[in-house]
Design a protein around this ligand. Structure first.
Ligand SMILES: [Zn+2]
Length: 255
């Protein structure tokens, strides 16, 4: 029974991931995510159900379109496996509960936001606005946050990044924090409440070594744009799963 549940949740996650892949490809292009059915960007042929099985189809087709051999990016199976794995973690930590739905929904928003930010350097309103709304709505039902904590988190998360953006603009004389990051901060705040501040601090700490490495290997210049969304998303995910462990560790340094 345990392994049945385990595989069922993973498969469900992979199916969600398959839909997220559609969002990641189509939303930045302004295309509908519901219509038409999935097609190959190379030869436009509609992808059959058999070619659309998460992960397995990619392996079976060896990462290429069956007709025109157009390469299927590795991102497709990666997002499917990652979504399955993250939903398993949600289930591991929260079981069958409202909290599981609460944090599961958050993660299903964070995944496409992160991958679209990596691909296009954009965080889309079409994801953050519904995400904020979902966070506020779910707060009315779950025990993790109250509706007021959700509103406060929204203002804190958005306000914190907005303030950092102003500071960056003042110091470096150029935009350093996009409006998309601010809305993503607000969205995470709507889910986490005031804890969003800890997630955002953690995001900066996670980004720091990557920026240092980028600068030292000249892959990154001062003033070049690094997508910050994935760091915010990763930090929020860490706080969702290991928040308590993280606080113990953190405070053991300072107290
Ligand atoms: Zn094709």
């Amino acid at each position: 029974m345990f392994y049945f549940q385990l595989s069922a949740i993973f498969v469900m996650g992979a199916v969600f991931g398959s839909f997220l892949n559609v969002c990641i490809y189509r939303l930045p292009r302004g295309e509908s995510i519901l219509w038409p059915r999935s097609y190959c960007p190379g030869c436009k042929h509609t992808i059959s159900a058999l070619e659309n099985i998460p992960v397995l189809s990619f392996l079976f087709l060896r990462g290429k379109c069956r007709r025109c051999k157009h390469e299927i990016p590795l991102r497709y199976p990666l997002v499917e496996v990652l979504t399955g794995f993250l939903l398993l973690l949600v289930w591991h930590f929260f079981g069958w509960s409202l909290s599981a739905i609460h944090y599961g929904v958050l993660i299903l928003f964070l995944l496409p936001i992160s991958f679209i930010d990596i691909n296009t350097r954009l965080i889309l309103n079409v994801l953050t606005f519904p995400g904020i709304l979902a966070g506020l709505l779910l707060a009315a039902f779950v025990e993790d946050v109250t509706i007021w904590q959700s509103v406060i988190g929204l203002l804190l998360g958005g306000g914190f990044l907005w303030g950092i953006g102003l500071l960056g603009e003042f110091m470096f004389k150029q935009e350093s924090m996009g409006g998309g990051d601010v809305k993503l901060g607000a969205m995470i705040g709507a889910f986490l409440g005031a804890e969003v501040i800890i997630a955002l601090f953690l995001a900066f700490f996670l980004a720091l070594p990557v920026i240092a490495l980028g600068l030292s290997t000249k892959k990154l210049q001062l003033g070049s744009k690094l997508p910050f969304g994935p760091f915010i998303a990763l930090a929020a995910t860490i706080i969702v799963f290991w928040g308590d462990t993280f606080y113990d560790f953190y405070f053991s340094f300072f107290i």
